[in-house]
Design a protein around this ligand. Sequence first.
Ligand code: ZN
Ligand code: ZN
Length: 349
Amino acid sequence: MKAITVEPKKIGTAQLMDIPEPGMNEGSVLVQAVAVGVCGTDVEIAEGKYGWAPPGHARLVLGHESLGRVVDPGPSSGLRKGDLVVGIVRRPCSGPCPNCAVGEWDMCRTGLYTERGIKEIHGFMSEYWRIEPEYAIKVDPSLGILGVLLEPSSVVAKALEQVGLIGRRSFWEPKTALITGAGPVGLLAALFAKLYGLEVHVLDRMEAGPKVDLVRELGATYHSGSVKDLDFEPDTIIECTGVGQVIAESIQKIGANGIVCLAGIGHGGAIASSKIADVAASAVLRNNVIVGSVNANKRHWYRASQYLAKADRKWLAKLITRVEKPENFMHALKRTPDDINVVIQFSEI
Ligand SMILES: [Zn+2]
Ligand SMILES: [Zn+2]
């Protein structure tokens, strides 16, 4: 079967090639790939900056944002032939650490977890893949190809859950949410915050274009300036840019008792103009919490599938800005400023 594979940490090794069909050791459920989303992590792996092949293998099958159709449900999976499913990405560490032991692999303490398409387990960019039944999430059939948005949605569902859990340390009646960054995660965060009933604001750099339109169509407010110039103090900020200046300003802009959830990953950046102790003093005096959030466990995948099923299909469809064939995977890995989610389609839905 055809698969998109890469030799991790080696630039220019990504290629569409023939590999053997997956063996039963990869899971009792056999799935035909429908589509796989491409994100910044895939680009980094293809550029040789990240990623680990399975032990004993030189190459890794790429792809962690999956959607497929069950071909053979195997014994006792509760799935049926034809069901649309998405595969959970992370697997617990082998200790396991206490968090992995209770199914919270997103909170793994050792960092020795594995991840499909990223770290030591083959991903989903192959015509067929197998999965263990407990890691297959059934998708509402009416979502069709939009089910490929479930992986980034699970990351958002976890971030919002964290904010909700932290908020309940005191009386918590949030009204406003600011999302910084209008990429796939930011836009899904805006959607879910809106479904939750919050007044939603989204901030990014561009002044016009499809991302700005999507924010407005959601009934949210779009801002193109800087966080420090906003004329309100959000109850929660979901930070999706990973940009130093945006992070520093978010921590200073958050309202009393407010929570800043850091969900973006950046590198370097200018040293923040604010002094650390001044930032800390403001957090102390206003009971602020700054929390990092990554990945998702089964509870978040389940919650994300519920959110997606409730969302407006026409709006969701506009998040997928490009669909490429597997042989054009190199185009899929090159993103333009107006791209939101780029998807590689392996078979008809
Ligand atoms: Zn991703
Ligand atoms: Zn662990």
